[in-house]
Design a protein around this ligand. Structure first.
Ligand SMILES: [Ca+2]
Length: 397
């Protein structure tokens, strides 16, 4: 499910490609272990690993590094298009019987399922063509995250062993890291959450819309999705709003914000939730302001990325024609932040006495607070949002 969209790529760091003999010897000992320790039959193992070789492309994908961190505006521009919204609306009408059934069984809204389906594989058009067993075997051989990928390889073998999953191709295919099907489930997610929703005897996560949509609702419901709540709402911030209390790390009960005069756009009271909420300004004080509800944080359990979560929320609103705020996003925002630049900014903020924390190139809560203190010192609204202009100004001090 995890995907990294990047603007430009740096040169790939080096890695050692094994010789055919080295790899085959290792693979034989792995098969022995999988038989003796994990109980897979040699019949299954021989078939699963038939013709499997080390795939250098997979390691190249694993090592690629973005030169710049993608800006929020650029990301939204890429994942959201009018064509995608229209396609979502078309499927919402066409698949109404499936969505009605899912609503009854899981209390799950169609617009969110359509958004996950869109962001993962553009409605099943890009599900990945790499051999899953080969990719996971390569990543198990490679040292970087061996233990994680070995578990997923064992899960993929368990899928083959169970014989209840069906694939459109002879061998299981998917992304370089092992995600599969129309909603890009990893093998562990497949085993835990994929279901035969149309009860035809097979779980087909590639082509059977009942199965992959039902499985996605099953997964999200089990990790805490609330079918009667949205992801978030556009809000109106009062004049005296304390920007030091905005951001996803500051979770509060709804009453906390009501007491501070926060309302929906137009002054209407915030819809009820008994879960934690946060004030979220994805493009700073100049962009649209939101209050995010528990579902927003549940999206992180599918893909731990703030941009992805906002992409799902915004697309779901556009599909249901309720994204009046959309024009407030700056979709022309350039990507400019790099790891090196983040380190320079942290060092500069520390030098100026704003305590940005360790100079690690990964701006977190402490760096955001330092940016806010810097903004106060120059008379700006302390939204903690680092625009290109603000970054350049800090570095010029
Ligand atoms: Ca089925």
């Amino acid at each position: 499910m995890k995907k990294l969209i990047v603007t430009t790529l740096l040169a790939i760091s080096t890695f050692a490609t094994p010789t055919t003999t080295e790899f085959n010897n290792w693979l034989e000992s792995l098969k022995t272990e999988l038989n003796e320790k994990n109980g897979f039959s040699y019949a299954l193992l021989d078939e699963a690993f038939d013709g499997v070789t080390f795939n250098t492309d997979v390691i190249k994908y694993d090592r690629r590094q973005p030169e710049h961190v993608m800006s929020m505006g650029r990301y939204l521009n890429i994942v959201i298009s009018s064509e995608r919204v229209e396609k979502g609306q078309k499927y919402q009408r066409q698949l109404d019987d499936i969505f009605t059934q899912i609503r009854q069984d899981y209390n799950f809204q169609s617009r969110f399922l359509l958004s996950f389906w869109a962001l993962e594989t553009n409605f099943s058009s890009i599900t990945g063509k790499l051999d899953i067993i080969r990719s996971l075997t390569t990543l198990t051989y490679d040292g970087r995250r061996s233990a994680f990928f070995k578990k997923e390889l064992i899960n993929a073998l368990t899928m083959l062993d169970k014989g209840i999953y069906s694939y459109p191709t002879e061998r299981m295919q998917g992304s370089w890291a092992g995600a599969m099907g129309s909603t890009q489930f990893m093998p562990s997610t497949m085993l835990a959450y994929a279901i035969d929703y149309d009860q035809d005897g097979y779980i087909n996560m590639w082509e059977n819309r009942h199965d992959f949509l039902g499985s996605s609702a099953n997964f999200l419901s089990q990790v805490g999705w609330r079918g009667d709540e949205s992801w978030g709402h556009e809000i109106e911030l009062p004049q005296d709003f304390d920007y030091f209390h905005s951001g996803l790390k500051y979770k509060e009960d709804l009453q906390y914000w009501i007491d501070r005069d926060i309302t929906l756009k137009g002054g209407t009271q915030l819809p009820h939730t008994d879960g934690k909420t946060a004030i979220y300004l994805p493009q700073g004080a100049k962009g649209p302001a939101f209050i995010v509800y528990p579902n927003f944080f549940t999206i992180f359990k599918w893909n731990n990325s703030e941009k992805y979560a906002l992409g799902i929320g915004v697309l779901s609103d556009l599909i249901n024609n309720r994204a009046d705020y959309f024009s407030k996003f700056n979709l022309n925002e350039k990507s400019f932040m790099s790891f090196e630049m983040a380190k320079q900014i942290q060092a500069k903020l520390n030098e100026l006495g704003h305590d940005a924390g360790p100079v690690d190139g990964i701006p977190g809560k402490q760096t955001t607070a330092a940016i806010q203190r810097y903004q106060v010192s120059i008379g700006q609204i302390p939204d903690g949002y680092l625009t290109k202009e603000l970054a350049e100004e800090i570095l010029s001090k």
